[in-house]
Design a protein. Sequence first.
Length: 242
Amino acid sequence: MLIEARNLTKIYGSGETKVCALKDVSLCIDRGEFVSIVGTSGSGKSTLLHLLGGLDEPTSGQVLIGGNDIYRMKQDELTVFRRRCVGFVFQDFNLIPILNVYENVILPLQLDGCKPDKDYIESLLTTLGISEKRYYLPSQLSGGQQQRVAIARALATRPEIVLADEPTGNLDSKTSLEVVLLLKLLNEKYAQTIVMITHNEAIAQTAKRIIRIEDGRIVTNQVNEHIDQSFPMEQKGGSCYD
């Protein structure tokens, strides 16, 4: 397995304001899986994703990635780990407005002091259909195009894990489907492990496994028997643990 959560609990506040967002949650995600985590607003799904990605710290429990307990890392080690091995996609895009498409995509590499692999970046831009927009600013793009840029940026460092938090939340239904199908294609083409948070049942059905969470607890965790298998598998990429 690649990701293992053990007895995760997350409590915010104390006393009368105490909120238990996650309650003793355990799960495993294998390398190369495309998993959706479904739940209503306030169910704890985003809290779970943030804990899996090292963006927040659990009140109790462990998160192991590649066998390493990420919350035993020092803060600077965890920061480097996130930057190199985990790609994040959020519904608000979070693009830098004064940087063009290409500059936004390679930003994580520059922050890590790495030289971009131009052929790989070009492959990403082409696969995502934004190669011709490389010199456009975010303000010159549609919402769907901005999300494609955000996905390319998340994949620029070749992370083994991509965590997507409501990646279609600000998109119309047609564009939402296009973006999720692109995530599915990228999962197959580049072998990233993708964990996607959504409240949309139709979007969730594109994943290979569906985990449902309610009131901070996992209520179902099952393989999706009705997944669309139309995208072919391609050669797998490397691992940040190789």
